[in-house]
Design a protein around this ligand. Sequence first.
Ligand code: DQA
Length: 147
Amino acid sequence: MKALVINGPNINMLGIREPGIYGEDSYQDLVTRCKQAGAELGFNEIECFQSNHEGAIIDKIQEAYGVFDGIVINPAAYTHTSVGILDALKAVNIPAVEVHISAVEEREEFRQVSYARLACFATITGEGLAGYRHALELLAEHLAATH
Ligand code: DQA
C-alpha cells in the first residue's frame, strides 16, 4: 500500500505563515508526521510532495497513476480555483482524501468552493496537522474495504 501526500502553494511556509491559523510546526514536521502515521497504519510507502505550481501538482497526480494506491491532498489556494487539479484526480481515479489544516468552512466566502473535493471520497478540515493522520486513517480503511 503506497500513498502520496500532496501539498499545494505556501504549505512549505508552515511555521512562518500565519501561525495563528496554520500553527507553528514546519513543513518538515508535517512530512515526519505523515511518514510516522503511514508506517503505523500499515502503508509500505508514504511520499510527500509539495509545490507552489499548479502544473507541477497536476504532473505529480498524473505520475501517480499505476504507482500509488491512494492520495491525500491539500491543494491549498488551488482548492478554490483549480479545475485542472480536479480533472487530474478524476483522470487517474486514485482514491483521494482532501485535507485542510484550517477550518475553511468558517473562513472567507472565497474559500467555500472546493473543486478538488468533487474527486475526493472524504474531506477533513480544521484539525491542524493531525488532519493528515486522520486522512491517512480514512485512506487505509477505504483501501482495506476495496482491495
Ligand atoms: C488551506 C486553506 C486554503 O484556503 C489556503 O489557501 C491554504 C491552506 C488549509 O490547509 O487550511 O493555503 O488549504
